[in-house]
Design a protein around this ligand. Structure first.
Ligand SMILES: [Zn+2]
Ligand SMILES: [Zn+2]
Length: 69
């Protein structure tokens, strides 16, 4: 798979990750890795927060949509 963002810019980079939100392939430069809290229990009543954070890979577009934090 190729990086979608690079492809749009006319570049050709291999994707190293896939955005969890939209499925877009992104290269190292365009992958945003976010640590999110993990909650045990089912929606809408999370019982407690687990000590570990779960990494999620996002593309620049989805990262902007999620906001900073
Ligand atoms: Zn890229
Ligand atoms: Zn995305």
């Amino acid at each position: 798979m190729k990086c979608y963002v690079c492809a749009k810019e006319g570049k050709d980079s291999d994707a190293v990750a896939v955005c969890v939100a939209c499925g877009m392939g992104t290269c190292m430069k365009h992958t945003i890795r976010k640590e999110v809290d993990v909650w045990e229990g089912s929606y809408p009543i999370p019982s407690h927060k687990l000590p570990k954070k779960m990494p999620r890979m996002l593309c620049p577009d989805c990262n902007a949509a999620y906001g900073e934090g």
